[in-house]
Design a protein around this ligand. Structure first.
Ligand SMILES: CCCCC/C=C\C/C=C\C/C=C\C/C=C\CCCC(=O)SCCNC(=O)CCNC(=O)[C@H](O)C(C)(C)COP(=O)(O)OP(=O)(O)OC[C@H]1O[C@@H](n2cnc3c(N)ncnc32)[C@H](O)[C@@H]1OP(=O)(O)O
Ligand SMILES: Cc1cc2nc3c(=O)[nH]c(=O)nc-3n(C[C@H](O)[C@H](O)[C@H](O)COP(=O)(O)OP(=O)(O)OC[C@H]3O[C@@H](n4cnc5c(N)ncnc54)[C@H](O)[C@@H]3O)c2cc1C
Length: 705
């Protein structure tokens, strides 16, 4: 579908190509054999590019984090994509489950070999650090769905790095990074995902043999969900309740071998398999895993944060009890970037398609307009571009915050961990939820063709909607942030200092209402006042319930709806704030037109959320109806101002066609030709008459069934 794939069929005319790959003659579809389908690029898209008034690559560089990083990304992409074997002649989604999995493994091995042989020599181990998002993005040229190796690089390796002692790291990491072993992260069980203190798998230390005995006492203790567990991994991190000297010390991570390294057979005492078809992730062999008194050596417990000595003595090393949750915090931080990138893909597809697609008449008898010229379409799409920017810049900022807290913790200082946990929890929750909703909005904006798998929008949605659940469900994570906010509010009330991301509370506790001002800074301040108002209302409700005799836990539970809304409002204000500050900082030396369009997008995002939350603004600030009217007017002006640059803005995301994998979103805009090309690859088109006609239809129609 992408340009590289086209290389495979360059020598064939489109019609000959169809016949070659679809095994039947096109006259079945009544396409005139003598007329070639157009191979030239769409003219409307070419015109859109000509009218774009800013330097596209300047914005690409900003989003990549600088010109050097763009060069590095492009180099990595070109190494991987020049291979030519990344695309499937038969679309992945038309294969059966077994073939899909086998194909995913084939491509994962191919991609891994490219990374090992060519990319690692270029970047060194940085490819797993600051360049991991490039690796992740490039992987999408190989997989429409998910690689079975994602959890190996995304969680198995990071857990060893974050939870292993230096000795454990030097033993396991070289083998894992060289793919001599493949691992995953098995924490969730059939019975528990959210409440990890309630996990039921046990790891009981036996000092006589210096081993842990891993056991699944009942059905609900079976591990469930881990990606790559069903068929691919031979090792995994198992999170289990640690028992030693007759006492339970809570959940801890262990490295467990589950399959023979040579035959790949499950080892005795291990029961492992795949969990069956799911809404997405169907090439990721998510698995189940149970143990029957299965023994592992003592030093397979990851012992950076706590240890079990040979005699069974338990030693707590870490200064904070939640450091065992470190891998989850890391992945939550990574996910903000992950969903920003997926939303950018969806926006690219929907905006390009909307420039190509013409429908209806604005004025009777006039030519049909491009659908992107409808203001309602702009309303659906431009916020998607702006949100992709907002999340990308927030994710860079969160990564810096994460790295700083990590550096502090290496020096034994865990003081900022609660704030990082609160931030990463709410940013993960909101970014995944916003992205999933907006990707669906992009699909709807593409009408019927958006429903085609070949548009890639349904697969993008099914992948991103899962991110709202995994690595901590939306509601559950916002409630974690709410805990932090309520404590911070109480501190601010009593005049004690609070941490930077909640410093707005110091002013807000006084109780004055903020007077609306429609500038960017004014909207951000209003968003903070809304957050403060919701936190304050939650505190009032909890106190009232406690005054009426409820225990704190019950009062908290009954106030849950308000608490989630308060955490959401806090996070929205943080995103608005970071997006503004980063836009101003990053465009300080940009050319004037880049500055203007980035500012317009930023203002669009801020106005969009102000209008989405008018009720809150009216309740918690002194905003008036006139203020809302002028905000609406400004929003509509921004849609019109951004319109000529819309295609340029999505081009700036710089996705090669191989990564977009979309009939609707390819750079040249040959939408209809690609839709037909893909349709003809359907296995149902491999023969003019399907055998079910003779078996069922004909007997039915002839009354002989
Ligand atoms: C091919 C190329 C690949 C390239 C790879 C590159 C990149 C990778 C990109 C993408 C990502 C990779 C993979 C993605 C794919 C799939 C992955 C899915 C994996 C999973 O899906 S894997 C399972 C995750 N499963 C969860 O996510 C469970 C959620 N459930 C919890 O997380 C806890 O269960 C919680 C927190 C709800 C309750 O926990 P609890 O009951 O123990 O605690 P409690 O509520 O009592 O709180 C006591 C005090 O601890 C504080 N506290 C809590 N957590 C903390 C933390 N983390 N840090 C610091 N403080 C923390 C509290 O704030 C409180 O503080 P205070 O007391 O001061 O208020
Ligand atoms: C595609 C996918 C891949 C995954 N990969 C992995 C993996 O590799 N490894 C792994 O270990 N796990 C994995 N998981 C599991 C995932 O982490 C859990 O499903 C997730 O953490 C949610 O937990 P749960 O399923 O127990 O949901 P539940 O906790 O049962 O949630 C159900 C509902 O109850 C609500 N709820 C639960 N607790 C509370 C509460 N305290 N207060 C208010 N509401 C509450 C939730 O908001 C939700 O609406 C994966 C899941 C998916 C979908």
């Amino acid at each position: 579908m992408g340009t590289r794939c086209e290389g495979l069929r360059d020598s064939l005319s489109p019609i000959a190509y169809y016949e070659e790959y679809s095994h039947f003659r096109l006259d079945c579809l009544k396409i005139d054999d003598n007329k070639e389908l157009s191979m030239s690029a769409n003219e409307d898209l070419a015109k859109e590019r000509a009218r774009c008034d800013f330097n596209v690559s300047e914005i690409t560089n900003i989003l990549d984090g600088g010109i050097e990083r763009t060069k590095q990304r492009k180099k990595i992409e070109s190494i991987a994509l020049s291979n030519g074997k990344c695309c499937d002649v038969t679309p992945e989604e038309t294969l059966g489950p077994k073939e899909r999995y086998e194909n995913a493994i084939r491509k994962s091995c191919l991609y891994t070999k490219i990374v090992k042989d060519q990319v690692l020599t270029l970047t060194g181990l940085e490819v797993l650090g600051s360049n991991s998002s490039v690796l992740r993005r490039t992987a999408d040229a190989f997989f429409k769905d998910i690689s079975p190796f994602l959890l190996h690089l995304g969680m198995f390796v990071p857990t060893i790095m974050g939870q292993g002692t230096p000795e454990q790291q030097s033993y396991w990491l070289p083998r894992a990074l060289d793919f001599q072993i493949i691992g995953t992260y098995a924490q969730t069980e059939l019975g528990h995902g959210t409440f990890i203190r309630g996990l039921e798998t046990t790891a009981t230390y036996d000092p006589d043999t210096e081993e842990f005995v891993i056991h699944s006492p009942r059905l609900t203790s079976y591990k469930w969900w881990a990606g790559g567990l069903g068929k691919t991994s031979n090792y995994c991190i198992v999170v289990a309740q640690l028992y030693t000297q007759g006492k339970c010390y809570g959940i801890h991570p262990f490295i467990v071998q589950i399959r023979d390294e040579d035959t790949h057979m499950p080892l005795p005492g291990v029961r492992v398999g795949e969990i069956g078809p799911r809404m997405g992730f169907n090439t990721a062999d998510n698995g189940f895993l149970g143990f029957d008194h299965y023994r592992i050596p003592r030093n397979h417990m990851l012992m950076k944060n706590s240890q079990v000595l040979k005699d069974g003595t338990y030693v707590k090393v870490a200064s904070h009890s939640k450091l065992t949750y470190g891998t989850m915090v890391f992945v939550r931080v990574m996910l903000v970037n992950e969903v920003a990138f997926n939303l950018a893909k969806a926006a690219t597809i929907a905006v390009r398609y909307s420039a190509v697609r013409r429908q209806s008449e604005k004025i009777s008898g006039e030519p049909e307009p491009q659908i992107i010229d409808y203001v309602t379409q702009q309303h659906k799409l431009f916020v998607c571009i702006a949100t992709a920017h907002a999340l990308q810049l927030s994710s860079n900022w969160l990564w810096k915050t994460f790295s700083a807290v990590l550096a502090d913790m290496r020096g034994g200082n865990t003081e900022n961990l609660p704030e990082l946990h609160a931030l990463s929890s709410c940013l993960k929750a909101l970014s995944t939820s916003d992205s999933a909703a907006l990707i669906e909005q992009c699909r709807l904006a593409c009408g019927g063709h958006g429903y085609m798998l070949s548009s890639n929008l349904p697969l993008l949605y099914s992948f991103v909607t899962a991110t709202r659940t995994y690595e901590g469900d939306y509601t559950v994570l916002l409630l974690q942030t709410a805990r932090f906010l309520i404590k911070a509010w109480e501190q601010a009330e009593s005049g004690n200092p609070v941490t930077p991301t909640v410093s707005y509370m110091e002013e807000a506790v006084v109780g004055n209402k903020y007077k609306w001002n429609g500038s960017a800074e004014g909207i951000i301040k209003a968003a903070y006042y809304v957050a403060a108002g919701k936190i304050s209302s939650s505190v009032t409700s909890i106190r009232k319930r406690m005054k009426n005799g409820k225990a704190f836990e019950d009062a908290w539970e009954l106030t849950g709806v308000q608490l989630v809304a308060a955490a959401e409002a806090h996070c929205r204000a943080v995103i608005c704030d970071v997006y503004r500050k980063e836009t101003v900082r990053l465009t300080a030396n940009s050319s004037p037109n880049v500055k203007t369009v980035m500012d317009q997008l930023n203002m669009l995002y801020l106005s969009h959320w102000a209008l989405e939350r008018t009720g809150d603004l009216l309740r918690y600030t002194s905003t008036t109806e006139d203020d809302i009217i002028s905000c609406q007017q400004r929003y509509e002006e921004l849609l019109a101002a951004i319109r000529p640059n819309a295609v340029g803005l999505v081009d700036a995301f710089d996705f090669p066609d191989e990564i977009l994998q979309s009939t609707l979103g390819a750079y040249d805009g040959r939408v209809y030709e690609r839709l037909m090309e893909e349709a003809l690859k359907s296995p149902l088109n491999a023969e003019p008459v399907n055998r079910s006609f003779h078996q069922y239809l004909k007997p039915l129609m002839q009354g002989k069934l």
